[in-house]
Design a protein around this ligand. Structure first.
Ligand SMILES: NC(=O)c1ccc[n+]([C@@H]2O[C@H](COP(=O)([O-])OP(=O)(O)OC[C@H]3O[C@@H](n4cnc5c(N)ncnc54)[C@H](OP(=O)(O)O)[C@@H]3O)[C@@H](O)[C@H]2O)c1
Length: 261
């Protein structure tokens, strides 16, 4: 099985911590040169230093905010003026929680911009390089809510479906050029995002956070939260040459929680 990413450049977004950073670490171990993107410069510097150098790769970072499309356009233009990106991991911070009926209309437009428009800007910028190289891997970190809506994540549930539909459409359009487009759907994963979601629910219900955690765990067949490394493993496999015939799919990495649709 061909797993080496030597000679490949990966742009991993939302990668100063959590699932994005765990993914960058795995891609670096397989030999990819990693470009990290997030908002906090200091965290990015630390994250770059934590990446393995297996094949003399020079990892780097770019500071940009997915809430600002102009920043994402400028960031990716700067990157592709220096080198082609062969692997793009679309990822950013999760949307605010809450029931759908309570959401303000701007929450939809903001989330759509952050989770779909920015992905689209990045894809449009990198496909020329992928096409020229005959190698492209676009992997979107979404959520199991594209299979079954999650409680208390109304806006997220709505926009995630749009991202999944965008990705499936692109997968068909880009397949003739050797570019695959796939989605990884994390279940509850031990990161800052999960802790803040549990804290928000605990506050709203005036319940201890342990109670919320126990309730969530009781719904997962494996009775534990995922580790960011376990999500990263699926993303990284999809980035390898071995995954070249897999495109247009959604992979749940969720300890068996999501029901079959
Ligand atoms: N953890 C879970 O249980 C879970 C489950 C399902 C889906 N997901 C989804 O998976 C994705 C990653 O989650 P995670 O758990 O890894 O989250 P996390 O630990 O909060 O990490 C989010 C990463 O994205 C960056 N980021 C946040 N807002 C950004 C912005 N506006 N522009 C650019 N970068 C931004 C953060 O760095 P900076 O703050 O420095 O920008 C950080 O590196 C999210 O979309 C989340 O909703 C997570």
């Amino acid at each position: 099985m061909e797993l080496s990413l030597k000679g490949k450049t990966a742009l991993i977004c939302g990668s100063s911590q959590g699932i994005g950073l765990a993914t960058a670490k795995e891609l670096a171990i397989l030999g990819a040169e990693c470009i990290l993107l997030a908002r906090n410069k200091e965290s990015l510097q630390n994250a770059v230093e934590s990446l393995a150098v297996e094949h003399l790769q020079e990892h780097s970072y770019v500071v940009a905010d997915f809430r600002d499309t102009r920043q994402i356009e400028d960031a990716v233009k700067g990157i592709i003026s220096r080198k082609a990106v062969h692997i793009l991991v679309n990822n950013t911070g999760g949307p605010k929680g809450g029931p759908l009926i309570d959401a303000d209309t701007h929450e939809f437009t903001d989330t759509f911009q952050q989770h779909l428009i920015c992905n689209h800007i990045l894809v449009q910028a990198v496909i020329a390089g992928m096409t020229a190289a005959g190698y492209g891997r676009i992997i979107n970190i979404i959520s199991t809510s594209v299979k079954t809506p999650l409680k208390n994540l109304g806006v997220s549930n709505t926009v995630r479906w749009a991202v999944a539909s965008w990705a499936k459409t692109l997968a068909g359009e880009l397949a003739p050029y050797g570019i695959t487009v796939n989605n990884v759907l994390p279940g509850s994963t031990n990161t800052t995002r999960l802790k803040s979601l549990m804290a928000a629910i605990a506050t709203k219900r005036n319940a201890p956070i342990n109670t919320i955690e126990e309730e969530m765990l009781s719904e997962i067949p494996m009775k534990r939260f995922g580790d960011a490394k376990e999500i990263a493993a699926a993303v990284t496999f999809l980035a390898t040459p071995a995954a070249g015939y897999i495109t247009g799919i959604n992979i749940s990495v969720d300890g068996g929680k999501t029901p079959v649709l």
